[in-house]
Design a protein around this ligand. Structure first.
Ligand SMILES: *[C@@H]1O[C@H](CO)[C@@H](O)[C@H](O)[C@H]1NC(C)=O
Length: 216
């Protein structure tokens, strides 16, 4: 009887002992779940942060990223400089990304120089990045889509270009075959006039080889 009680008690104890042995297990499962949960929470919050960052960037610079203005400059170097800076302003007014303009290679100088041969292309893009998004080339996927070809009216004012923005309804790329149409000098908002000045006097520097040659 005593031995059977002992057996009973030992089996009672062993039954009792089971939960404390399981407990650490359960706790580690809880800890693991908690870790996984916080990891998920962390990743999610990171994602939200990047989403917010991108949104802020787009609000700061309202240009639509996927609308492109491609330009073929025309005339001599001086005329091309002013034309290029007018197109920088036009891209700003029309909320477009400007593709670095092509230079005239035929009509005056028979000069095969590219934009980057004459101007410091990286400096041009970088120094205007707060105003207009400029890229070196049209993205590959945009090359084959139909584009609007537009000879802009000469000496037109801001409202004309705002009106031209309706072309974005049908096209993602507007090609300007001549850059000498010129923006009106009067009645342009001050920020657009300032942008043209910044472009002419700060953004369009000669390329390093020309600068070096000039200093010799
Ligand atoms: C350019 O974007 C701004 C801000 O989103 C908007 O107010 C303006 O009307 C747009 N301009 C044109 C010409 O679409």
């Amino acid at each position: 009887m005593a031995s059977s009680r002992a057996a009973a008690s030992s089996s009672y104890h062993s039954r009792l002992r089971i939960p404390p042995r399981r407990a650490p297990h359960t706790i580690s499962v809880y800890v693991l779940l908690l870790l996984v949960f916080s990891a998920v929470l962390f990743l999610f919050s990171q994602r939200q942060i990047t989403d917010v960052d991108q949104k802020n960037l787009q609000e700061e610079r309202p240009q639509d990223w996927d609308r492109y203005l491609t330009v073929r400059s025309n005339g001599g170097l001086n005329q091309m400089r002013t034309g290029i800076c007018d197109m920088v302003a036009v891209a700003r007014i029309m909320n477009a990304t400007l593709v670095v303009p092509q230079l005239d290679k035929k009509s005056f100088w028979q000069d095969s120089s590219t934009f980057a041969d004459i101007f410091d292309e990286t400096h041009f893009i970088k120094s205007l990045e707060g105003d207009v998004r400029i890229v070196k080339e049209l993205p590959k996927e945009m090359e084959s889509i139909p584009r609007a070809r537009k000879h802009f009216s000469s000496w037109a004012s801001m409202s004309y270009y705002e009106e031209m923005a309706r072309l974005w309804k049908d096209y993602k790329v507007i090609h300007v075959p001549k850059s000498d149409s010129r923006l009106a000098n009067n009645d342009l908002p001050l920020d657009i006039q300032k942008l043209r000045c910044r472009c002419l006097y700060h953004a369009l520097h000669f390329s390093p080889p020309i600068e070096t040659l000039g200093k010799v």
